[in-house]
Ligand binder design. Structure first.
Ligand code: DHB
Length: 388
């Protein structure tokens, strides 16, 4: 009797263990690593909100498995991103890593993606070289060369012949400076100076003073998402606009997240980018309305759309592979072609980088609110930073 009880208990234990394993297997895990605190928290907030919206709209089961979204705050410190990624891969056994709010955070994690053969979906970081840091990287954000070249083609045709550039001194800023400058020179314009400010807590004042003295037709700026408001404020306080110096840049400086709070100084600023909350398509209108509804009126910015499209790429790959992982999951991400809230979007199978339209936009008041109004489209732009 006692022996049978013992055997039954063992059998039950085995059964439970087995069921437990089966249940664990039935999960499709997404490790979403984002800066949720610190100076780049708006990037994390936008991407998390977009990922949750995607799941609310598309269900939390994919390829026959239950989706588990594990969100972690890396505080925008590269060593923390890397440690969290390691824990997610080793302990949680995630199918895919995602997020990456800044270039250094993506670059710190890329070797781990390669070693562990874990697909890594970059939803925010935008330095060209990131996709070359690991064959497991797929990007759904954009690249600075895509945006910078478009602006350098627009400006000289619109009365801007002499410029100074001002960029954050790290990967995306250096990309923006290089591709903008080279294209401006190619187009016969002059670049009077190239200025770089620290990535964190920049004081623009001494640099803007220098720009005033140089008297260019325009100042071209790249700063990361969230930093645009401080730049605008100091640009206005220094009387740059009154001195007849126009402000142009990539759309990172007229970020939809904070555009309305920038006030009149932002009005009329022309930028180039892949996404505007006022992009005129039925799909985008639906996206913006749903995002605002789910987030107390918060307007989605280009970070949100990178996160939303990243989830689309992950979900479709999970469907194709029935909740797979490793190289199979990676391969199912390559070559995806779909309509995004930004417009048509393609994941180039060769480069694993995003191909999409770049729009030239002007900040205008619509219904009492500031928006980036798209007025010109450069279709299907590949990353000019890729040599092959
Ligand atoms: C990066 C970060 C940003 O916030 C942005 O707007 C563009 C690029 C980056 O670190 O790659």
């Amino acid at each position: 009797m006692q022996k049978r009880f013992f055997l039954n208990t063992v059998a039950l234990g085995l059964l439970l263990a087995h069921t437990g394993a089966a249940m664990a297997q039935e999960k499709f895990k997404i490790g979403l690593i984002l800066p949720m605190t610190g100076p780049f928290a708006s990037t994390g907030k936008q991407i998390e909100a977009a990922a949750r919206l995607y799941m609310a709209q598309n269900g939390d089961t994919v390829g026959g498995k239950k989706v588990e979204l594990i969100v972690k705050d890396d505080t925008s410190a590269p060593d923390v991103t890397k440690r969290i990624a390691q824990e997610l891969v080793v302990n949680d056994k995630v199918n895919v890593l995602a997020g990456f709010g800044l270039t250094p955070l993506a670059l710190a994690t890329a070797p781990l993606a390669t070693q562990s053969k874990t697909p890594m979906v970059v939803m925010a970081a935008a330095t060209s070289s990131i996709t070359q840091a690991s064959p497991y990287v797929v990007r759904t954000s954009f690249t600075l060369p895509q945006a910078a070249v478009a602006m350098a083609d627009w400006a000289p045709n619109n009365g801007i012949k002499k410029v100074v550039t001002l960029v954050s001194d790290y990967g995306p800023g250096i990309d923006a400076e290089k591709y903008f400058k080279d294209r401006m020179l190619f187009n016969g314009a002059q670049v009077l100076d190239t200025l770089r400010v620290p990535m964190r807590n920049p004081d623009f004042a001494p640099f803007l003073q220098k720009v005033r003295d140089l008297k260019p037709d325009a100042l071209f700026v790249f700063v990361p998402s969230g930093a645009g408001a401080a730049l605008m404020k100091q640009f206005s306080e220094r009387g740059m606009d009154k001195a007849g110096i126009k402000l142009i840049g990539t759309g990172d400086i007229t970020d939809d997240d904070i555009l309305n709070s920038m006030g009149d100084v932002a009005n009329g600023v022309v930028t180039s980018h892949h996404y505007s909350a006022s992009h005129n398509s039925p799909l985008n209108k639906k996206f913006v309305a749903a995002f605002e509804k789910a987030n107390a009126g918060l307007r989605p910015n280009f970070m949100a759309v990178g996160g939303y499209d990243g989830m689309r790429v992950i979900y479709e790959a999970a469907k194709t592979t029935k909740g797979g992982n490793g190289e199979a999951l990676l391969n199912a991400m390559k070559g995806q072609l779909f309509e995004s809230p930004r417009g048509p979007m393609f994941i180039d199978a060769q480069t694993r980088d995003v191909v999409h339209n770049i729009y030239i936009r002007k900040v205008e008041k619509v219904g009492g609110q500031l928006f980036n109004q798209e007025f010109s489209t450069i279709p299907d732009v590949k990353d000019p930073g890729k040599t092959k």
